[in-house]
Write a protein that binds this ligand. Structure first.
Ligand code: SF4
Length: 474
């Protein structure tokens, strides 16, 4: 901390920069996280199954573009009050049977529409809690998929696990099936925070799951943390960070808690609890960045950390890192085929999301159809802006000439309004703008969502008085 009360010192990428509190306050605005562009509120209910089928056909016509698969397993035994995922809470595991039946039917319908010679390079099970399933159900689901898609031997195969319900048998099954990445939620190890968010998970439970992954030879472990939760303080979160470093995961995701109680009603449980906001929340983030980078992790994009030898750190260096619905990915240039309730596919120039409730999802699958609820065809302008925002968020630099060659545009002319907005950010020390590039400064890394927003044509059209639909950027 600076001795000045009106500024804080931040050490990032071996540079110490001073950030005036007044600037911090100005950057604490509502804005998207840009796991997609255009963002989900812009998608249309008019996009339906016929559109998805057109996207399938167009993708097959491309020259063997690789395939990524995502399955959404929505079940959890207990609701964490902060949760922003589409979940179904049920301790009765019988509910998984009818769901898996529909999911396997959907897999068959997708597989019938994907050229079988296209290689699957990435396969991810998210949720919810995929290890809500029994090891036998996991084997059955995986086997069914492998019989329909060409999963490459070196594919990245990821599984989200919850240490509170994941057993040694689950991990053995995962390793045997070829899962080479496991990702586990922790959020915070502090007992008071855990009690407040309805997620009691001891350090020992987490350490045991990490140890099981290591014993079974799973090469990559990720831990999810969240800052901005009730009762968190800089000191308490420091303890959590130390304990995570002790576990030595290959990757860490440090998510900004998105407080949107009007959309996520369970978050109203926090109403009377002390929440770190503004400067205190930012200080928790800052302290965690400093400690993880001191411990040798590379700061990736918006909120990830990876060991320097990890593929994600290397992808940031060689500029192959990409942004997707799970955060960041190293598998550039593949189409994402997503199955299960609420899942989102990104195929060529289209986004398609399934129904979010199981009733509608089951009804569509049982009617012999696909379960598309909404989506969007990207326009040329969307594709261009999506690329600009994605490269900004992944590589922290935009090489303007690259875009001029790739998209046949005059960058300065096309983005005159965005560049004008970025000039104000330049004055705050967040970006450097030159003839051939727009580069995010070390300080700007912490505000990269804000810096991407000027390129968002939909946000630009929204009235400043409109009801906020995104969480705060800080
Ligand atoms: S375990 Fe994960 S998906 Fe389930 S409620 Fe908690 S945060 Fe949400």
């Amino acid at each position: 901390m600076s001795t000045e009360t009106d500024a804080i010192d931040i050490r990032i990428q071996n540079e110490t920069v001073s950030l005036p509190i007044e600037v911090l306050d100005r950057y604490n605005v509502y804005g998207p996280r840009y796991t997609s562009y255009p963002t989900a509120p812009e998608w249309s209910d008019e996009f339906g199954v016929d559109d998805l089928r057109r996207a399938f056909a167009a993708a097959n016509a491309e020259d063997h573009r690789p395939v990524s698969l995502y399955f959404h397993i929505p079940f959890c035994e207990k609701l964490c009050w902060f949760c922003g995922c589409n979940v179904i809470i049920n301790k009765d595991k019988e509910v998984a049977h009818p769901y898996l039946d529909r999911l396997k039917t959907e897999i068959d319908r997708f597989a019938d529409s994907v050229d079988p010679s296209r290689p699957t390079v990435q396969f991810h099970w998210g949720g919810g809690t995929p290890t809500y399933l029994s090891p036998e159900q996991m084997r059955d689901l995986y086997g069914h998929t492998a019989s329909r898609f060409l999963i490459l031997p070196d594919a990245e195969i990821g599984l989200e696990v919850d240490p509170r319900v994941t057993t040694a048998e689950h991990m053995a099954a995962a390793a045997e099936l070829g899962f080479n990445r496991v990702s586990m939620g922790v959020q915070d190890f502090d007992p008071q925070v855990q009690e407040a968010v309805n997620r009691n998970q001891t350090f020992e439970q987490t350490a045991a799951t990490v140890a099981q992954a290591r014993e079974h030879g799973v090469p990559s472990v990720n831990i999810d943390l969240m800052y901005g939760l009730p009762y968190q303080t800089i000191a308490s979160f420091r303890e959590t960070v130390e304990r995570v470093i002790e576990l030595s995961p290959e990757r860490i995701a440090l998510f900004n808690y998105a407080h949107v109680p009007s959309l996520r009603h369970a978050q109203n449980a926090f109403r009377r609890m002390p929440m770190p906001v503004g400067l205190e929340k930012f200080e928790i983030f800052r302290a965690a960045i400093e400690r993880f980078t001191d411990a040798g992790y590379v700061f990736i994009g918006l909120d990830h950390f990876a060991k320097p030898e990890d593929e994600m750190a290397r992808a940031q260096v060689d500029r192959t890192l990409r942004r997707n619905f799970q955060g960041y990915t190293t598998k550039a240039g593949s189409d994402l085929y997503a199955m299960g309730v609420s899942s989102i596919s990104q195929i060529g120039g289209a986004f398609a999301q399934n129904f979010r409730d199981t009733e509608s999802y089951f009804a569509r699958i049982d009617a012999g159809d696909l379960a598309t609820m909404r989506g969007m065809w990207l326009t040329d302008d969307d594709v261009l802006r999506s690329a600009v925002i994605e490269r900004f968020l992944c590589h922290c630099v935009i090489h303007t000439k690259e875009f001029e060659e790739e998209f046949g545009i005059d960058f300065a002319e096309t983005f005159a309004d965005a560049i004008a907005d970025l000039r104000a950010h330049e004055a705050d020390g967040m970006v450097r703008i030159s003839d051939d590039r727009i580069e995010v400064t070390p300080l700007g890394r912490l505000f990269i969502r804000n810096l991407a927003m000027p390129f968002d044509a939909y946000l630009r059209r929204r009235s400043p008085d409109a009801k906020p639909i995104f969480s705060k950027t800080l």
